[in-house]
Write a protein that binds this ligand. Structure first.
Ligand SMILES: [Zn+2]
Length: 409
């Protein structure tokens, strides 16, 4: 949302809404479930469950599926959440294109296309392009009598999620832009904006390898190094969205000057541009990342050593981060990361030396993942899903809690 919503005061209506969201999210996450199972899972009594489920049924928010397991007698009916109750428009701004998609509440990505865009383009021009596409997608949903429940926008930079504002993006060259505010009118539904790596972390947490892990650290390695933190089952954004800027953690005092103004940032040693530069300077080879991967896989000693050195540096930073947040899992994603075995070896060698693996605590697994772009789109849709199913503690319009939906599917 582009403005901070007011907190709701305690009232009967608030309790009713909290229970309704609790039931809905339990069915959504754990369905199919019977009413008896629902009572056990939520701790609500049978008559409250009955009242809520009857109401949700009437509004087509749930549907019944085949009979479940029974210990004898009549088999209980199980319920599933209607993921097609509403839809989400997904927008992801990249360096050479803007990706757009529709998603349902599962979320599943349905239409996925991109329009050309060039990094360095002005903000007003870009937002104009996005507005046109949102209008088209809204018209499509309207024509099919489908309700738009929110718009998710992902981009590189520091994003103040609660205000829907981009604080700054060195990558895109924009600063202090009210993205949610600028898109509010054309969207006609809440607009949620976040950093793209945060969206990636959200997707890993809900749908990927991090499912079921309460504390998780996600990194992406590529042009830069980004990070997303899930702490106690919530995406941790920090002050004004500044959390997770792992690429600008200092790994060398008085080291290489970074474009951010600091010296010795991790990104200056471990990102792909840094690797290419090192290989050129140390070995006199001017190579693309694909060529580096090929040479590393065929055992080029010089390249393997440089990759391992960079991996070790990253491994040391991971140890420091683990000392601070003690995650259950680390996921390192990035285009082509799994094609750089020496880099991964370096990370594993260094990280294997961490205190956690020597103490009585269980070792922290490090997964290398090729996320694919779809994961970023799913994460962007989850920005909206996360808000719809979050505790209704603020005065904001949640279509799931409205007395009647404009359409039912
Ligand atoms: Zn930096």
């Amino acid at each position: 949302m582009h403005t901070m919503a007011r907190r709701r005061a305690g009232s009967k209506a608030l309790i009713k809404d909290i229970n309704k969201i609790l039931v809905l999210s339990t069915i959504r996450e754990q369905g199919p479930v019977s009413r008896t199972e629902l009572a056990q899972l939520t701790g609500l009594n049978a008559s409250t469950i009955s009242k809520i489920c009857d109401d949700l049924h009437k509004r087509d928010m749930l549907f019944d599926v085949g009979a479940g397991q029974s210990s004898g007698g009549r088999r209980p009916i199980q319920m599933l959440f209607n993921n097609n109750l509403g839809y989400i428009i997904v927008v992801k701004i990249e360096d050479a294109r803007i990706r757009l998609a529709l998603a349902n509440l599962k979320p599943s990505i349905m239409d996925d296309y991109s329009i050309p865009f060039q990094r360095g383009g002005s903000y007003p021009e870009t937002i104009g392009l996005i507005k046109t596409e949102i209008q088209k997608l809204r018209a499509k949903l309207d024509a099919e009598n489908k309700e738009l429940m929110g718009v998710g926008v992902a981009l590189s930079g520091i994003v103040h999620h609660n205000q829907g504002k981009l604080m700054g993006s060195t990558f895109l060259g924009w600063a202090e832009e009210d993205i949610a505010g600028d898109l509010a009118e054309v969207a006609g539904a809440p607009v949620y904006v976040d950093n793209d790596i945060n969206c990636y972390a959200l997707a890993q947490h809900w749908l990927g390898s991090g499912k079921g892990e309460s504390n998780m650290l996600c990194l992406t390695i590529g042009q830069g190094i980004g990070g997303g933190l899930v702490l106690e089952n919530k995406l941790y954004r920090g002050n004004a969205g500044g959390a997770g800027e792992i690429g600008h953690m200092i790994c060398e005092q008085g080291g290489r000057r970074c474009y951010c103004g600091q010296e010795g940032c991790l990104e200056g040693y471990c990102s792909y541009p840094a690797l290419r530069k090192d290989i050129q300077q140390e070995l006199g080879l001017s190579l693309t990342m694909e060529e580096i991967a090929q040479k590393a896989q065929s055992g080029h000693t010089g390249i393997c050593q440089l990759l391992e050195q960079a991996g070790k540096r990253l491994g040391s930073t991971l140890i420091s981060l683990c000392m601070c947040i003690a995650p259950e899992l680390i996921i390192i994603g990035g285009e082509g990361i799994t094609k750089l075995p020496s880099y991964m070896d370096g990370v594993n060698k260094q990280f294997g030396e961490n205190w956690f693996s020597r103490s009585g605590m269980s070792p922290i697994p490090v997964l290398f993942d090729e996320p694919g772009n779809r994961f970023f789109l799913l994460g962007t849709a989850l920005l909206v899903v996360d808000r719809l199913f979050g505790a209704p503690l603020f005065e904001e319009d949640n279509p799931l809690l409205r007395e009647s939906l404009s359409s039912t599917i």
